[in-house]
Design a protein around this ligand. Structure first.
Ligand SMILES: C[S@@+](CC[C@H](N)C(=O)[O-])C[C@H]1O[C@@H](n2cnc3c(N)ncnc32)[C@H](O)[C@@H]1O
Length: 192
């Protein structure tokens, strides 16, 4: 069943304009190796939450190698379809799993070495709940990179999100630069 953001009455980036998220200009401005390369090792389990058309998913699947896996998560099935089409073209289809999540929760049972939430936390209806759920998906020494677009997320809103993450059991490891927006790297506390 194909579900679109409009059908779910959500204010998310619609799949019809996915082309703005995957093109050569973005590749020049936000090369995946620069954004996520330092966090991913061969054999890792990676979750790309709110993967969209897979701009980062495909490169991360190359980074984890044959023994790793990337779970592409989105609430719009047409976005996941776009990733499926690209993955076979790039020869990484065996390394990518697909998870269509609901608007009220991720509903994934997995533990990841690295989770990417790129330009998507501000689209979630309840960021505090979302961040609590994401924390549960991290391995004890796992890392979560959140990057938010400066155009849509002001400094104060970003700080509020970081505060909510703290309450959700995430701990700030740093504010890495040159990630293409307002970026923060989290680890997790031992207790939620
Ligand atoms: C602006 S796009 C960014 C896509 C991708 N991360 C990128 O950087 O190219 C945001 C994506 O997050 C997805 N999204 C929004 N809210 C979500 C949620 N609560 N759970 C999963 N995906 C969500 C949207 O469907 C959309 O594909």
């Amino acid at each position: 069943m194909t579900r679109s953001a409009k059908e779910m009455d959500l204010h998310v980036c619609p799949y019809q304009i996915a082309f703005i998220l995957d093109n050569w200009i973005r590749r020049l401005l936000q090369p995946p190796t620069r954004v996520v390369g330092e966090y991913i090792r061969p054999g890792n389990t990676v979750i790309d939450i709110g993967c969209g058309p897979g701009f980062f998913t495909i490169d991360m699947a190359k980074m984890v190698g044959r023994d790793g896996e990337v779970i592409a998560v989105d609430l719009q099935e047409p976005m996941l379809d776009k990733v499926r089409k690209k993955s076979s073209k790039h020869g990484v289809d065996g390394r990518i799993k697909y998870h269509l999540c609901g608007k009220d929760g991720i509903g994934l049972n997995k533990e990841a070495d690295f989770i990417l939430a790129y330009y998507m936390v501000h689209e979630t209806p309840d960021p505090a709940r979302f961040l609590r759920e994401v924390r549960q998906l991290l391995k004890p020494d796992g890392k979560l990179l959140v990057v938010e677009p400066k155009m849509h997320v002001g400094r104060r809103s970003f700080e509020t999100m970081v505060e909510k993450a703290g309450e959700a059991g995430l701990v700030v490891l740093g504010y890495p630069g040159r990630k293409g927006g307002r970026g923060v790297l989290f680890g997790r506390t031992s207790t939620p």
